[in-house]
Ligand binder design. Structure first.
Ligand code: CTP
Length: 409
């Protein structure tokens, strides 16, 4: 039995990046031998085991053949005869298909090291096509390593295009896709993820609502970049630059979907795009079973981002409605995330990246004013049930009127 470190751990060590997860491949062993050594099996017919002490993953060297569409369609062939080279050739990228023994001797039959130096994301072999999720993985690696100068090799992009056009991406489960999407959005350059998906035609398959934004113009006065797709990418870029959490990044990606529905004769204006986009945001949310907090924030940002930008002009009654919609009294954090998304939207415009956004502090001040209304005195006055609700609202409105008059912005 021979054991090698493989995949990301080897790649990241050679790149001089911190290694977090270590994957191992075991050559020349049977399931029975692994079990006898105390390894714990993962699943029933999957040749992967967890180390009894470290908990790291050890996979028997295997070849993979495809027997049907989608993830459930895999069959695995693992046996002691499968060689290291046979195992490595079925992996996604050359830079992920290197192995290392305990003396740090590198096995690199598919020239991963050369591609690391050339900054190329290149598939190992036609076996790449066995798992369509790899289209998303390559786009994610492109986002992660963009700062190091990595690009996707033209022949790999071509293969990704063929996979996208074949309709295979439709067979991916929501869970697998979301894992890739959410990780990619948290990379330093998440806009590159979307760009690469678009370049190979995968964006049209996965999120046609986002793809539709490219080529849609907006008024130059507010959007010097004009194109709605370019704007969306810049908003995402700003969100990463400002280290925003996943909820905010997801909302940034989806905030303008309604603009893709505007009839051409109305361009470059997009009347009521905030409201029109909601059904599209809902569809994308549900397609990938995004977590509840991501879904909620995307819908709220979609509906109210223009209110955020106009905060200083809003009537106190409209401000109150906004605060109520966010349930800012019980969910202060969600309102902060809304403000952050609006700010990223305002800065994700050509030449306006450094602009100030006084709306942010103004909205925070409004939330504080509304929240400062005490309920106890109203209870003491005898208000109950729906009447109490109305009385609280009246007091909050008064507080917001006073705030608007005195706040100096
Ligand atoms: N792999 C693959 N195809 C996939 C998933 C994984 O070929 N769809 C292979 C690659 O060789 C990869 C290794 O399995 O390097 C480990 O996969 P994983 O832990 O998901 O990714 P890492 O490459 O370690 O990358 P990350 O740093 O993103 O975890």
């Amino acid at each position: 039995m021979r054991i090698y470190k493989v995949g990301g751990a080897v790649r990241d060590r050679l790149l001089g990046k911190p290694v977090t997860d270590i994957d191992w491949v075991v050559v020349g062993a049977t399931t029975e031998e692994m079990l006898a050594k105390g390894f714990r099996p993962v699943g029933s017919d999957f040749p992967v085991f967890l180390h009894p002490k470290s908990g790291e993953e050890y996979a028997l060297a295997r070849t993979e053949r495809k027997s049907g569409r989608g993830y459930g369609g895999f069959t695995f062939h693992a046996s002691p005869e499968v060689t290291l080279e046979e195992d490595l050739i079925r992996r996604d990228l050359t830079i992920n298909a290197m192995a290392e023994d305990d003396q740090q001797n590198l096995t690199d039959p598919y020239h991963g090291q050369r591609d690391l130096e050339a900054r190329l994301l290149r598939h190992v072999s036609p076996a790449f096509a066995e798992d369509p999720l790899r289209v998303l993985r390559v786009a994610r690696f492109a986002a992660r390593y963009a700062a190091l100068g990595f690009t996707v090799a033209p022949e790999t992009l071509e293969l990704m295009r063929q996979l996208s056009e074949s309709g295979e991406l439709q067979a991916l489960t929501a869970e697998r896709s979301w894992k890739e999407i959410s990780r990619a959005l948290m990379e330093d350059q998440p806009q590159v993820f979307i760009e690469v998906l678009r370049a190979c035609g995968a964006l049209k398959e996965l999120m046609p609502e986002v793809d539709a934004l490219f080529g849609v113009p907006q008024p130059q006065a507010h959007h010097p970049e004009i194109d709605t797709g370019a704007h969306t990418l810049s908003v995402l870029e700003q969100a990463a630059r400002h280290k925003q959490p996943l909820t905010v990044r997801w909302a940034c990606l989806l905030h303008d979907l309604g603009k893709g529905l505007t009839p051409e004769e109305e361009w470059p204006r997009h009347i009521a795009h905030e409201f029109k986009g909601l059904k599209l945001i809902k569809a994308v949310n549900e397609r990938f079973k995004a977590p509840k907090d991501c879904q909620e924030l995307a819908l709220l940002v979609g509906e109210y981002h223009t209110h955020g930008h106009r905060a200083l002009e809003l009537k106190p009654s409209t401000l109150l409605e906004l605060l109520q919609s966010f349930d800012v009294y019980r969910r202060p954090q969600r309102f902060e995330e809304f403000i952050a998304a609006c700010e990223m939207d305002a800065r994700g415009r050509k030449g306006l990246e450094q602009r100030s956004y006084p709306q942010a502090d103004y909205l925070r001040g409004a939330a504080t004013a509304a929240r400062s209304v005490a309920v106890q005195p109203l209870l003491e006055k005898g208000f109950k049930g729906p009447e109490l609700g109305e009385a609280i609202k009246r007091e909050r409105l008064k507080a917001l009127k006073a705030y608007k008059e005195t706040a100096s912005f």
